[in-house]
Design a protein around this ligand. Sequence first.
Ligand SMILES: [Zn+2]
Length: 415
Amino acid sequence: MPEKNVTNLLTLPHLKLTHTRSEKRFQYVFCESDIECAPCPYCGDEFPRVHQRPVRTLKDSVIRGRIYILKVKIRRYRCRKCHKTFNEELSGIKKYQRLTERMKRNIYWACENFADLKKVRKYTRCGTKTIFKSYYTRLEEKQRERQWSEWPRTIGIDEHGFNRNKERGHRNFVTMIVDHKHSKVRELLPTRNKAEMISMLSHIPGRHNVRNVTMDLSGTYRSFVKNFFPNAQITADHFHVIRLLHPTINRMRKGITGDKRRHPLRKLLLKNGIKLKVFERKAIWKWLEDYPDLKQVYFAKEAMHRLYHCRGYTKAKRSFRNLVDWLAHSHLPELQRLRKTLLNWQTEILNYFKTRLTNARTEGLNNVAKSITGSEDVELSGEVTDLGTSQTIACEFSMPGRPRLILSSRVHRVT
Ligand SMILES: [Zn+2]
């Protein structure tokens, strides 16, 4: 019995293990089929004559760094009636195939987990072309699978700006929709326009399933979600809300200290006051005494941090009202603008205290994409072909002089 188990492990069904041989990193597994006789596929004659015994070679799998290669001795028959020749068919081995399904899974795994193509090549001992072909086929399968699957319950929407379009001078934007539960990129749309987004997403079933949507403070996305996902409750991402005053603080600080990004005050002013050390906080407060406007903005920012420290919806709502009322007394146009924004997004901001959802996942995936597309010569080719698994945002990019690039957290480049 153990012999049979080993056979099952190393080979495919209907194959009989004859012997094995190892050579450096390769392990050759010799086997032959145990099917007695195959009928002729052309005329149906049941007893064709064995004509040849060719050996088929297939790469089977990578086990603990060793590459297993199947050497299958198959039968080639010649029919007695119609005189045609044909090979016997074995399950798990398709015609003209040089890799088993197991090997394809291994390649896919390697592509997902290794940092670059070179390592994948080394691990699988396959050429670039084979790897790409196998990987793309698998990705396409996954995409087809996903295309008809319904919307999840919780999603996040974010925009992602690429480098500037050199000809027209505007930035290329992509809308990224993330499935929060599976932390996967669900859709990637090469547009920010509401009507275009609706037309591109209308084929996906189950719009009514979506209950929660997280997003930054974008009016377009809000109106899109209200239109497209009727049952969804929108949560404004709290990082974006807190960041609302950062540009103002930076601008005012620049007016005082000069434009130095590395100025130590920059970090101290933007950081949450609670997280500062006591002497740092005292120093900041003392320094702010001389600049009343900046002081006001700074304390408004601190009040927003405090708002997010509230526990429970009711407390948060009270804190929010207090903040808005306090802002109403300010004479600074920046704070008036902030008050307007806060009032405009009141429901979405306060929803955070019900759902506790953030867009951090979306942003994380976004940063991955940014780090890859940071180089100037990458251009979005328009059609996004695929989005893979948890760590992969795979979509197709064209690079001048390079045929194809999968954009993912682990980049694979054709070199
Ligand atoms: Zn025949």
